[in-house]
Design a protein around this ligand. Structure first.
Ligand code: PAF
Length: 283
């Protein structure tokens, strides 16, 4: 049985009843099969699963989609039930922020100002602040985050390490449609033509990964990814960034484990994606 709670008090009582290892999956709702994969991973690795559903206003800029962000609680609950979640915490904004928007926020440091942070100032302050609050409120042993939001996953790991938060962060691989599109709650904004244009992102990552497998160096990997992005539906997706970093999102890399990350606008929708690649040693 899945218990739905809305207030901190109800959450605290529900949390008391959970024994053994507790895994948390934090979401903003509009759940899709990617979230189900997170839930399944939590189910497998923890004794109890707690899901949070909260569209966090702190992580939306003034011109972003906070108001139109899909809110589908009934359907989300059905998915949580099917996946065997024990507790769903779906607070109101006034429950999470009873004193209004917090004036003290987690500073994500320099990485929070790069990539997504460049296009979305304050985004990671908002994300890390709510993640830390939800960790305090749910007190999990394990917390599961998708690799689709790789910068978020990296910063959450960093925060937990830097601030000694007693939780293990588990990264879960991205789930894709058969044609390569990474699952995202924002995909439901896309028209049929935009859905086709959105494939430019995964095509770029695939081309970069294939070039790396053939032994290409960083510059050639990036060039292959750019060519594939541009070949998509010319002009239909506007590139924000396409970068190659090391696995911790530090600039570089020259060889070894790396990450290729892409962000682009498709119509009014901003999409992100990324892939792990391995750069061969220089000959
Ligand atoms: O990835 C998300 O859905 C959100 O950024 C998170 C982690 C639930 C914080 O609001």
């Amino acid at each position: 049985m899945t218990e739905l709670v809305h207030t901190r008090k109800e959450l605290a009582a529900a949390r008391e009843r959970l024994t053994g290892r507790v895994g948390v999956v934090m979401t903003m709702g509009a759940l899709h099969p990617g979230h189900e994969t997170l839930l399944r991973a939590a189910r497998e690795q923890a004794d109890h699963v707690l899901v949070t559903i909260f569209v966090n206003p702190l992580q939306f800029g003034p011109n972003e989609d906070f108001d139109r962000y899909p809110r589908t609680l009934d359907a989300d609950l059905e998915i949580c039930r099917r996946a065997g979640a024990d507790v769903v915490f779906a607070p109101a904004v006034t429950d999470m922020y009873p004193d209004g928007r917090p004036t003290v926020r987690v500073n994500p440091g320099p990485l929070g100002e790069d990539l997504e942070g460049l296009s979305r100032p304050g985004f990671f302050h908002g994300v890390l602040t709510v993640v830390l609050k939800l960790l305090q409120l749910t007190r999990p042993d394990l917390a599961f985050f998708g690799e689709k939001d790789y910068q978020q996953l990296t910063l959450v790991r960093r925060m937990v390490r830097d601030l000694d938060v007693p939780v293990e962060i588990v990264g879960v691989p991205t789930v894709r449609e058969p044609d390569g599109l990474a699952l995202s709650s924002r995909n439901r904004y896309l028209s049929a033509e935009e859905r086709v244009a959105a494939l430019s992102l995964s095509a770029a990552l695939r081309a970069g990964a294939e070039a790396a497998e053939r032994g290409a160096e960083a510059g050639a990997v990036l060039a292959a990814a750019h060519r594939a992005f541009d070949a998509g539906t010319p002009g239909a997706a506007r590139l924000d960034y396409l970068v190659l970093t090391d696995a911790d999102l530090e600039p570089g890399p020259v060889t070894g484990p790396a990450r290729l990350l892409v962000a682009a606008w498709v119509g009014a929708t901003r999409l992100i994606d990324n892939a792990a690649i391995h750069l061969a040693p220089r000959s």
